[in-house]
Design a protein. Sequence first.
Length: 293
Amino acid sequence: MNPTPESQARHDDPATEPPAGSPGTSSNRAPEPAPLAVHGPARVIAVANQKGGVGKTTSTINLGAALAEYGRRVLLVDFDPQGALSVGLGVQPHQLESTVHNLLLERDADPSDVLQDTGVENMDLLPSNIDLSAAEVQLVTEVGREQALGRALKRFLPDYDIVLIDCQPSLGLLTINALACADEVLIPLACEFFSLRGVALLMDTIGKVTERLNPDLRLLGVLATMFDTRTLHTKEVHDRVVEAFGDKVFDAVINRTIKFPETTVAGEPITTWAPASHAAAAYRMLAREVIAR
């Protein structure tokens, strides 16, 4: 539901946002995407980082919503047993009878029983809950266990332009499944020193998946998140990320803001909760960059 003019003024209060043009705000270098005449088959993007608390789920929701604003048909896949992506879109995971877990392990599962309307035009959801935590154990004995998610998603690809998979914060079998069926990987990276330390392990895993399971997998880009314009440390970490990844680092940078917890409570993306905010503008810029790449 769109905010009222009164709530809009509160949600977009510029006093809580960094001033335009400051480090960490978006620019307009990415071109405005052209509308699509036809839809599908979808690009599959795994949003992955084995470190938790880096804005992975928040970025999946808001990138998806921004892509949908640009006329792309988007499918979000909650591939974390904690179900944070589902909760962030107003879905109560413990009340679900059918989830992505059913699609993984039941050959006769009906996709329409799992697919959820997010309330955002052009954006749907395959939700998850704690049942998914049993999937790693159950898949161990399966033939082609690393391709289980790919088989489940194959039936959805013709109907969407982009599929975003929100991976769990680990490098276990579920994340390997996501990487094995993805075309690209997007890595959200918090601008904190300890976030940098784990990236080498993730890149090593991506390399192994590319060699053994998915030779077409490529790095789409690195997204700097939780950027704090007030601290030198944040800027230094961002500089090191750019030094390490070069033009793979998105121009869009996601600042720290109190609005993201608010959107979780509201169960909607920041693009509808605070559409005029700098955070919403940053995710729209990210969407333009993703489309352009």
